[in-house]
Design a binder for this molecule. Sequence first.
Ligand code: MSP
Length: 530
Amino acid sequence: MSLVDKTKNTFALTTPLYYVNDLPHIGSAYTTMAADTIARFKRLLGHQVLLITGTDEHGQKIQQTAESKGIQPQEFSNEISAGFASLWELLNIQYDRFIRTTDTRHEAIVKEFFNRVWEKGDIYLGQQKGWYCVSCEEFKEERELLEGKRCPIHTNKEVEWRDEENYFFRLSKYQSHLEELYRSRPDFIQPDSRRNEVLNFVKGGLQDFSISRVNVEWGFPVPSDPKHTLYVWFDALLGYVTALLEPDRAANLENALSKWYPIDLHLIGKDILRFHAIYWPAMLMSANLPLPERVFGHGFLTKDGQKMGKSLGNTIDPVALVEKYGADAVRYYFIKEIGFGKDGDFNEVRFIEVLNADLAKNLGNLLNRTLKMVKKYCEGNLPSITSENISEDNPLKAIGLQLGEQVKANYEALNFDRACEAILRLSQACNKYIDEQAPWSLYKQGQQQELEQVLYIVLESVRLAAYLLSPVIPSISSDIYQQLGFEIDFNHQIETANVAPFAVHGKWGLLSSEQKLGKAKPIFQSIELN
Ligand code: MSP
């Protein structure tokens, strides 16, 4: 099979495939917003991007939840899966593929992959004894359990004892291969804290893991023994591969792997790191397939400093949050406020403060007052100034000239908070510059040329800030761009010819007097603290 004809210009990334036992929570929205941010940035850079998301629909947890509601698991999955898709619309997520693991095309891929691993001799029948957490869909080691045999992640749930015949995957065989992988590719698992976690776990010795169940019907049958159902994680990870299939191509591995493979980035939460950084590469090694480039495990969100959970009654409903504050506000808070990779907190007062300070005041007021001054002092026309005529010592130009590259490096390293902070520093500097230069005084003193230069410099800086923030707040950035006279909508970059490439728009000095400025309107209304 001819694999990996990967042109440099493609970038495929994934969110986890979310369980459909419940409607999406803020944790799932968080990973997806981050994935969308990086996908949008890569598109600005001119990459061909494939953003994969979807739902993980098999397994005991979903079977049990559907049963408890008296609905067939497929019908239940359809309903919840649609809930994910509609949240992604609300949040302005530009995904390219939405894979559902109950898709029949997926079954064909899983079968073919299973057979490759089977032929390699890496699957055998054995006896599985151990403690199982249905919510994690994972066996736990006795030493990991909390008092009362509770799961360390689902702390209110007791694990269940299992003693049954299962098929096993020979993970232990791949111990040294995995160690070599982590050694030779230190960036494979990020951030470093997660990498160390994996290294320690692997050092402790890897055990084979079971990949089938006998008492769970809701899943694909094991191809070599249909009395068994495939373990949900074996099937789910392969969803990433099925998602790569072009819609009109036959469902086989060769087609799935022909364009986008290997996947460049798997974004996940830290609780599912083992599956992605240990099991998944070992499964791919067994099937003789290349490995993904990078696995990034982000942190967990808390609410008002507390762990979130249904039983604690403190979950955040992402739909309600977006309906109340808008997609950009929600995207901005989680992307800018939380260091990606670290745990982070949601607190509504802090949320409002951040939005008011950054979006309403720092950026919004700046644009509004500058446009008003252009109207008052320059008859509403952009001053005819070009950036070459402005000294490189000008404080805003000096920041602007190096900002694009700085922000690019931060987005690529998934340091979203730092990217946003760097951009915000430019708009803060703009506010300070206006206060210092006092265009109103320049006007009174008849210093029209100096005045026009100040206004140009500020508007160009706001433009650059809006452009660089567009992966995070695409609608606000589009509004700013439109007020500056561009016909660019960052939510329709893929479909329209009006793309704004980084090579042109990511540089300071683009605005020209040919632009006809649009009407000044507030881009973000300050939120009242109740
Ligand atoms: N179905 C598996 C993934 C299979 S991928 C082939 C799964 N699904 S999940 O719906 O339970 O979790 C999806 C993601 O949500 C995980 O990345 C998890 O880390 C994340 N989060 C769950 N709770 C979270 C927080 N409180 N905070 C941040 N992310 C959290 O696991």
